[in-house]
Design a protein around this ligand. Structure first.
Ligand code: MN
Ligand code: MN
Length: 475
């Protein structure tokens, strides 16, 4: 066989792996970098699920979306843009399609909660002449990531007379921050050297330093705790009991930054999964008069198993679907709702793990996602023998593959680590329960669940384009 023939065969049969930056012309590259600027702004403004939900609604409202709960009309028409916010932390946006909703919607489902340290309900105490606050971590964290870094407090407090107080402390450069201290290396040897990593870092030792000036003289008991509480009272009118009905989250105080000499990557807290929330938001905002109803869902509680009334296991989607059927004057009976769900298609928009140059051995190189190779389709997640995964059908993966290819979306596939290495899950299996087709699909990132997750700007942009193509072309 001559060289030319061989080349022809290779081109015909071999699967291509495409680096996004190899394919972009100057104009496209400019778009990629411009898009990532607004993405970074979003990350900086939305560090908690409540902040993300609020911001998403605000952006959507500016683009003509209206609160579905205020619509009593049954005459909403094609192209109508609506949103629903539930418990201030779970959001859905939709654009009514030309087809009846019962023929199915195109759904992109992400989550807007991220791992963090929550303040406990009785947090303030003192030790060694310092005021401190106890935390309880939320989601899967590497505990040592949270030591010796500046942390900001974001939260909502319901007072005894039912007032809502929102606080953000540590984001303004003039604000104080909080921190969990770490043991100095000089003294770590004996206590830590021979311990397992899971034993070295204890959840009960993730306590925040909150002050060191006492209230009253040294005859006073707990005067450092009093010092902290007094400031909270003076500044925010808070009393100790208020923490009982509060959700206060300690999150990294840093802002999203460009990473690398070439600024090709973004480093930030909370990219899992606000990277998908933001890209699907932008995708739906850019969708006009779709054939099928387009829906962007942003769930809460994914990081703790999609539980609770605002997680993907709740009836939020069903309720929203019922509302959509109602406002468009269609049947809202149970059978119609079931049909709507079963006829729908869903991209479970979540991150996958990009192969890490320093930890290659936890991945299987042929099937691992890599930074910069486009949006990643993950057919199944789960652990061991795909346990806990909904495993997308060949038919649905085929459909998405075609949509991406037809729209010149650069994509790759991924698995979450080597077989039997570990694993994880997403909202996919909870949505699949209702019968709809679901495929995990989102960018791959480095340092997932750390305070500084790293994404490729090219992948962020491909996710946006991929989601947009799904809304416009999945029929
Ligand atoms: Mn996630
Ligand atoms: Mn996660």
């Amino acid at each position: 066989m001559d060289k030319r023939q061989l080349k022809k065969i290779k081109e015909a049969v071999l699967k291509k792996k495409t680096l996004v930056f190899d394919q972009l012309n100057k104009k496209q590259k400019t778009k990629v970098f411009k898009f990532s600027e607004s993405y970074k702004d979003f990350l900086n403004q939305a560090k908690t699920e409540r902040e993300a939900a609020k911001l998403i609604v605000q952006i959507a409202k500016n683009k003509g979306f209206v609160d579905i709960d205020t619509l009593s009309t049954k005459k909403s028409k094609t192209g109508k843009k609506v949103y629903k916010i539930f418990q201030d932390r779970c959001v859905a946006l939709a654009i009514l399609g030309k087809e009846k909703i019962v023929s199915g919607a195109n759904i992109i489902a992400s989550h807007i909660d991220s791992p963090r340290l929550d303040l406990k309900q009785n947090p303030v105490y003192e030790d060694l002449s310092m005021g401190l606050m106890k935390t309880h971590y939320y989601g899967g964290i590497r505990k040592y990531h949270w030591l010796a870094v500046p942390l900001a407090l974001h939260g909502t407090i319901i007072t005894s007379n039912n007032e809502t107080i929102n606080i953000t402390i540590g984001e303004d450069p003039d604000d104080p921050v909080f921190t969990v201290t770490d043991l100095l290396p000089h003294l770590a040897g004996k206590t830590q050297a021979n311990k397992k990593i899971s034993e070295v870092f204890e959840g009960e030792k993730l306590n925040l330093i909150a002050g060191s000036i006492p209230l009253g003289n040294d005859k006073e008991k707990e005067r450092f705790k009093l010092g902290v509480l007094n400031l909270l009272f003076e500044k925010y009118n808070l009393i100790e009991e208020d923490f009982v009905s509060a959700e206060i989250e300690a999150v990294p105080a840093e802002k999203a930054r460009d990473v690398g000499f070439d600024r090709s990557m973004i480093g930030s807290y909370g990219q899992d999964d606000r990277i998908c929330a933001y890209t699907s938001l932008e995708a739906i905002l850019d969708t006009q008069h779709p054939d099928k109803t387009s829906i962007a869902l942003c769930f809460d509680k994914e990081e703790i198993g999609s539980e609770g009334s605002s997680g993907a296991q709740s009836s939020f989607l069903e309720d929203f679907m019922s509302d959509l059927l109602f406002i468009s004057g269609q049947n809202t009976d149970n059978r119609s709702l079931r049909k709507t769900l079963i006829n729908s298609s869903c991209l479970s928009a979540d991150v996958n793990a990009a192969m890490d140059p320093d930890f290659k051995d936890v991945h299987e190189a042929m099937n691992a996602a890599k930074l910069g190779f486009g949006i990643c389709m993950t057919k199944f997640t789960g652990v061991a023998g795909k346990a806990g995964s909904s495993d997308a059908s060949a038919e649905f993966v085929g459909k998405i593959r075609q949509i991406f290819n037809n729209n010149k979306i650069i994509w790759q596939t991924g698995e979450l680590g080597k077989i039997d290495q570990g694993g994880g899950g997403t909202v996919a299996k909870f949505l699949a329960k209702s019968g709809m087709n679901v495929l995990d699909c989102g960018p791959a990132i480095l340092s997932m669940h750390s305070p500084f997750e790293v994404s490729s700007k090219a992948d962020v942009y491909m996710a946006y384009l991929g989601y947009k193509a799904f809304y416009s072309d999945n029929d």
